[in-house]
Design a protein around this ligand. Structure first.
Ligand code: DAH
Length: 347
């Protein structure tokens, strides 16, 4: 019996090391320990072993069982590792340059942003930046938007938990909350608090609203903000600048018009409409493009500028809207889906 068992283990060891696949493994397993397996057959012979030999033979059988199980486990682990390796493919070195990276292309929003900044730089504006995580002070209070203003409603705004900490965005008042900025107008305040007028900045960037996504809305999108502070700035200057930038971006046939509106940080305030019927896909005579107005004296006071001395204008507009007009894109979602068929059209 002992010889039979030893021979069986040796045979199994030789056979199992050459197994390459799961079906082969299962078949081999059945040949040894299945209902009709060789080892199972030897175990059945226990019944015929004389009583006094049983403890010895029983121990041998148990040892053999353990050995066969170990051989099976080893074979299965090897097959599984090979399967995993096949799935992973050949080893790669992620530090090597891609064999053919090809030329990258600019995202359409980047193209419009850069073009707008270029147009504005030509008339003296510099680019200013601000954080996407803001405090209530910069996003609302300093912009004359008090705590009970509907724009601060949790319905349209993403607030961060009280426990959130951002080392690079300091709070004016320890009690105020952090939020994802709802507009780039917060950069107006950050810029004015940095130094005295005159100021002429353009600030493009990402903003967040609690909007449901559809063809014209997205919970995060991009805006472009401008602020000009100097002496004797008038609505005429504002209108002239808007005419200049839209003609530069969209062509000479572009017209702008103001509609009276309310923004808490400008007085008077307007919504800006564009007429750009020469553009493909623009079917309406006027389309709304942004908001603007003359900086409210309260805003100047909140940053320590003398409202009796300084005047200014500000405006903000959606970059997606501009890109959609310029390129004839009819769904805002294309910008964020990273579909190469869409992106390559702007190469
Ligand atoms: N912040 C406004 C918005 O997100 C846009 C805007 C309106 C910006 C008037 C301005 C402004 O600078 O003066 O809808």
């Amino acid at each position: 019996m002992q010889d039979l068992l030893t021979a069986l283990v040796a045979k199994a060891a030789a056979e199992f090391t050459s197994l390459q696949s799961r079906p082969a493994f299962e078949a081999a397993k059945a040949r040894y320990v299945g209902p009709n397996g060789e080892f199972t057959g030897l175990m059945k012979q226990m019944a015929g072993v004389p009583k006094e030999q049983r403890p010895v033979i029983g121990r041998l059988i148990n040892e053999t069982k353990g050995q066969i199980q170990t051989l099976l486990d080893t074979a299965l682990a090897r097959i599984e590792a090979a399967e995993m390796q096949a799935q992973l493919g050949p080893a790669i070195d992620p530090t090597l340059p891609s064999p053919d990276p090809g030329p990258g292309t600019h995202h359409p929003l980047t193209l419009v942003r850069e073009e707008m900044c270029r147009i504005l730089r030509k008339v003296g504006f510099t680019v200013a930046d601000g954080p996407e995580v803001e405090t209530e002070f910069y996003c609302f209070d300093a912009l004359n938007t008090p705590a009970d203003h509907p724009a601060r409603d949790t319905q349209d705004t993403f607030y961060l938990p009280e426990s959130a900490r951002f080392g690079n965005v300091s709070k004016k008042d320890p009690g105020e909350r952090y939020l994802l900025r709802t507009h780039t107008s917060s950069v107006q305040i950050r810029t004015m608090l940095k130094g005295p007028p005159p100021i002429r900045i353009v600030s493009p960037g990402r903003v967040y609203r609690r909007d449901t996504t559809d063809a014209t809305h997205s919970a995060n999108f991009h805006q472009l903000e401008c602020l000009y502070v100097d002496k004797n700035v008038t609505v005429r200057d504002l209108k002239a600048l808007l005419d200049y930038i839209f003609e530069s971006l969209l062509g000479k046939a572009t017209k702008t018009r103001f509609r009276p509106h309310y923004f808490s940080y400008t007085e008077p305030s307007f919504e800006v409409d564009l007429s750009a019927q020469h553009l493909p896909k623009v079917k309406k005579e006027w389309i709304e493009i942004g908001g603007c107005g003359m900086v409210d004296p309260t805003v100047f006071a909140s940053v320590g500028y003398d409202p009796e001395v300084w005047t200014g204008y500000a405006f903000g507009m959606g970059l997606e809207r501009l890109a959609m007009l310029l390129y004839g894109i009819d769904d805002i979602r294309y910008f964020y889906q990273n579909d190469l068929r869409f992106l390559k059209q702007f190469a």
